[in-house]
Ligand binder design. Structure first.
Ligand SMILES: [Zn+2]
Ligand SMILES: [Zn+2]
Length: 216
């Protein structure tokens, strides 16, 4: 009856933990990210890249408390110069997965009033076990997204791109254009055309040819 697929690398089984409050179990798992985690088109853990999880599962009265760390690499691009950015991520998370309300063992042991259970349901961020299984995916996703830089840069002092030609300025700090350049170029284009009066669609090759002829 579980909707969770126990073959999903982010689904964990708490069966061996048992449900006696205070029992502890550590679980390590290395997996390939089933899909990208992060900020779309900015930065994130790429799909298929390795995630190393260290989890501590602790049985408590209401459910299972998960405390863990995840190590992953992230990839994105610099918001200033669009160069690839790679970084390592090390995030901590903790979440309580409540026993499923349909689970009579959990309800009996929790001894909670129906009002408390109702309040739990009303919270958006309430995670529940499905049978013995829980899905770490939403918790891991939130932890990763919170840890990512919103404005990733390739280096703190990245100078970005030249607004005129798109060159990466950090590669060439002295890079500049004279403010008059574009207009000079236009004027030069006009002055190079005297041999072609009346012909406005000369190609640059033709103009160079004309200039060579004049020099000779
Ligand atoms: Zn950059
Ligand atoms: Zn430039």
């Amino acid at each position: 009856m579980n909707r969770l697929d126990h073959r999903d690398p982010l689904v964990f089984d708490t069966h061996e933990l048992g449900r006696r409050p205070g029992s502890l179990r550590k679980v390590s798992r290395t997996l390939k990210a089933p899909e990208a985690f992060g900020i779309v088109d900015v930065i994130g853990v790429p799909a298929g890249s390795e995630i190393v999880l260290e989890l501590r599962l602790e049985s408590v009265v209401e459910g299972v408390l998960i405390t863990g760390t995840a190590e992953a690499s992230v990839a994105g691009e610099c918001v200033r110069c669009l160069e690839p950015v790679e970084d390592a991520l090390d995030v901590d998370f903790q979440e309580l997965y409540y026993y499923a309300e349909s689970d009579e063992r959990g309800r009996t042991r929790s001894g909670g009033t129906s009002e408390e259970e109702q309040a739990d349901e009303d919270e958006d961020e309430t995670y529940r076990l499905e049978g013995d299984y829980f899905d770490l995916e939403p918790v891991l996703r939130d932890a990763v997204v919170l840890a990512l830089p919103l404005q990733p840069v390739c280096q703190d002092d990245c100078l970005g791109l030249c607004s005129e030609c798109g060159a990466r300025l950090s590669d060439d700090p002295s890079h500049h254009h004279d403010a008059a350049d574009p207009r000079w170029a236009a004027l030069q284009g006009l002055s190079a055309a005297p041999g072609a009066e009346g012909d406005g669609i000369k190609t640059s090759d033709a103009r160079e040819g004309a200039a060579e002829n004049q020099e000779k």
